[in-house]
Design a protein around this ligand. Structure first.
Ligand code: GLN
Length: 222
């Protein structure tokens, strides 16, 4: 009986090996008309918990989603880290197959790319120093506001009367500028804001937020 069980076990393992091999082969054949077996994801890996570095690797919610998509397509995932405002150009030029970067679906972006179904809800929040006189987004008139270049936070800040908008490539650079008093606040997506504030006791997030937004994967229109 024991020998029989061992043999069955060996067979199952052997068959499992065959199955995954077949899946790989089918995958690379299926993908030959897509990206030659590699799914290239463009992102800006400065946006925890969606994308950030763990050692040399880009990890996070978006990296996990892309890995699951690549797996389903039988493709190998390659992540390209770039400035946030380079992601859509990378996708439209075909340098990347997908843009996954906690990217909000906006009318403007829809003119250049298509979006998948949305996968997360978000809002823009305001981060200030603990002792700030700014108590709500209504107090931002005439203030120095830090944002990430080309993001929805950048768009909102641009609409605020008499405000000076300082644009940074990384959320963490905006946070640093806020801590050293170069700017009065930072407008950024809520989840990265929480990740930044958790590491900085001298900062807080205001309760009031801007309008609701939705994240989706962007792909070329064709
Ligand atoms: N959700 C914001 C946007 O799409 C910010 C995204 C980001 O900085 N990665 O503009």
């Amino acid at each position: 009986k024991l020998i029989a069980a061992a043999l069955v076990g060996t067979m199952v393992l052997t068959m499992a090996g065959c199955t995954s091999k077949t899946a790989e082969t089918t995958g690379s054949e299926a993908s030959s008309d897509a990206a030659g077996g590699t799914l290239v994801m463009a992102t800006n890996a400065e946006f925890p918990p969606y994308e950030y570095y763990e050692g040399e690797n880009v990890v996070g919610i978006d990296a996990d989603i892309a890995a699951a998509v690549a797996d389903k397509l039988g493709m190998e995932l390659k992540i390209e880290d770039m400035a946030f405002d380079s992601i859509i150009p990378a996708v439209t030029s075909g340098k990347a197959d997908i843009g996954l970067a906690g990217m909000t679906v906006t009318e403007d972006r829809l003119e250049n790319v298509d979006f998948s179904d949305t996968y997360a809800h978000a809002t823009q929040v305001v981060i200030v120093k603990e002792d700030s006189d700014i108590a709500s987004p209504d107090d931002l008139e005439g203030k120095k506001i830090g944002v990430q270049l080309g993001t929805t936070g950048d768009i909102y800040a641009g609409d605020i009367k008499d405000a000076t908008v300082e644009r940074y490539n990384k959320g963490s650079d905006a946070i640093q500028a806020l801590k050293t008093g170069k700017i009065d606040c930072v407008i950024i997506d809520k989840q990265p804001a929480e990740a930044f504030v958790e590491k900085n006791d001298d900062l807080k997030i205001l309760d009031d937020t801007f309008d609701a937004e939705e994240y989706a994967i962007c792909i070329a229109k064709d």
